[in-house]
Design a protein around this ligand. Structure first.
Ligand code: SDX
Length: 431
């Protein structure tokens, strides 16, 4: 009887074998530690897209894709969405525990006193054409932060790591609002420390010199909730990017900038912008059936953006919460958006269609979020920037966890080589 804590792999062609340890976590499937596989058998493993591969151990977020479960440091997303705030969730992701009152007050003070960006950084925006995509500006501005903070970039120093986390969480809204203001030709607004995190951001986004901004508590609450839901999500593509870049010893600003560019893709965080473009392309509910047909047609690269997920083979719990809040927020803001009817009709049609049911394709976090952003007056090009503001909390928590984990190594996957076998150089005249 083999040890229940190991699995044995035998290459029947060579009879070489490897007895590999099973590594179990607190929750979720145990993993086979294949560290000695190549030495024992001469084989690598191959897993396109890492669908069955754990890249690290982590204590930050847990997802059960079959049950539609999402926990931040053990707390169910539904409870955090109902009872917490984004800044408290950022503290939780970074520190592992919900803050006591004094701890949160100190964290909030630190964040609010790092919200300004260096005056020279504003000049960077002048180099962009007015219609530059905000994600391009955001990635460039965040990468450039290391040029301003080169005195405390020792990734091995815990205090430097904590300061970088505070700076990034604090400055993302300021830089994001600057991207928006530059794109519409409005002057930048300085962060107001007497406002709470999301109110401060909305003020920097929408306040104009000519009149005071009528702050909307409904808008602030809705955006805070969206930030909570987008704060972290285990080893998704952008978080894995941050970890891979961080594993080289790159500074936190460069690592987070890499995460921003990874998030931009329409298969990932760029989907929220793509969903709205899709809904606008469909236009009216009577055209939904055609869209569903196109999404199933292998010869048509049209996909239902906001549908499907690598991990969730059930409803994305975040999508459920956002779906419910969409009706509430639009009602409270008095917004009647015909695209909501298109989205609801699309979801209804897809969830009844065998193609989607068979492939377990459900609405994900990006399917409804854009309708709320639109109702808040946030333009489509800024939707993924919203995602990046929130996900910065998760990205930097993972970056810090990686540096605090003893024995962390540079990430360097192998490959299956399918190119030419060795061959000799051919002189130009003989090719
Ligand atoms: C996010 O990883 C995370 O946790 C990400 C995220 C986070 O918080 O960090 O949750 C945020 O990125 C959400 C996902 C946002 N992306 C989209 O909404 C884009 C549309 N969805 C997909 O392109 C797709 O579903 C992915 C990228 C999300 C998942 O891709 P997978 O796991 O590689 O799945 P797949 O492409 O292999 O699809 C499996 C099958 C295929 O059909 P068959 O080849 O089996 O016939 O499902 C089909 C796909 O063609 N399919 C879709 C579809 N998504 C998958 N068909 C139509 N419309 C879709 N949206």
């Amino acid at each position: 009887m083999s040890d229940p804590k190991t699995v044995k792999l035998v290459d029947e062609s060579t009879q070489r074998s490897s007895t590999l340890p099973l590594v179990a976590g607190t929750l979720g499937p145990a993993c086979i530690d294949i560290g000695t596989l190549y030495k024992d058998t001469g084989h690598f493993t191959y897993d396109m897209g890492y669908g069955s591969t754990a890249s690290t151990k982590s204590a930050i977020t847990y997802i059960d894709g079959d049950q539609g479960v999402l926990l931040y440091r053990g707390y169910p997303i539904e409870q955090l969405a109902e009872k917490s705030s984004f800044l408290e969730v950022a503290y939780l992701l970074l520190n592992g525990e919900l803050p006591k009152a004094a701890e949160f007050a100190s964290f909030e003070h630190d964040v609010s006193h790092h919200t300004m960006m260096h005056e020279s950084l504003k000049n960077f925006f002048q180099g962009f054409h007015h219609d530059a995509h905000p994600m391009a500006m955001l990635a460039a501005a965040v990468a450039s932060l290391s040029a301003f903070y080169h005195d405390d970039l020792d990734v091995e120093n815990a205090a430097d790591r904590k300061l970088a986390a505070i700076r990034l969480i604090a400055k993302m809204p300021t830089i994001a609002a600057a991207c928006y203001r530059y794109s519409i030709g409005w002057p930048f607004r300085y962060p107001r420390n007497n406002l709470e995190y999301v109110d401060r951001f909305l003020h920097m986004m929408f306040e104009v010199p000519s009149e005071p901004l009528q702050m909307s508590p409904v808008a602030a609450k809705a955006l805070d909730l969206l930030f909570i839901l987008h704060a972290d999500h285990e080893q998704n593509a952008s978080t894995s990017t941050v970890r891979l870049v961080g594993s080289t010893g790159a500074n936190p600003y460069a690592s987070i900038a890499a995460g921003i560019t990874a998030l931009w893709g329409p298969a990932h965080g760029g989907a929220n912008e793509a969903v709205l473009a899709m809904l606008q392309e469909i236009g009216t509910a009577d055209k939904v059936e055609t869209a569903v047909k196109r999404a199933k047609d292998k010869n048509d690269n049209f996909r239902l953006m906001g549908f499907g997920h690598r991990v969730y083979k059930n409803f994305d719990p975040r999508a459920k919460i956002i779906r419910e809040m969409t009706h509430k927020v639009l009602g409270e803001l008095g917004v009647n958006d015909p695209l909501l009817e298109v989205a609801l009709k699309l979801e209804e049609a897809a969830l009844k269609d065998e193609y989607f049911v068979e492939r377990k394709l459900y609405p994900n976090v990006d399917f409804y979020s854009g309708i709320i952003y639109k109702a808040l007056g946030i333009p489509r090009e800024m939707f993924t920037v919203m995602f990046a503001i929130a996900r910065t909390a998760g990205w930097i928590a993972h970056w810090i966890e990686q540096h605090e984990t003893p024995g962390s190594r540079i990430g360097r996957p192998r490959q299956i080589y399918v190119g030419h076998d060795v061959r000799d150089y051919v002189a130009a005249g003989k090719r």
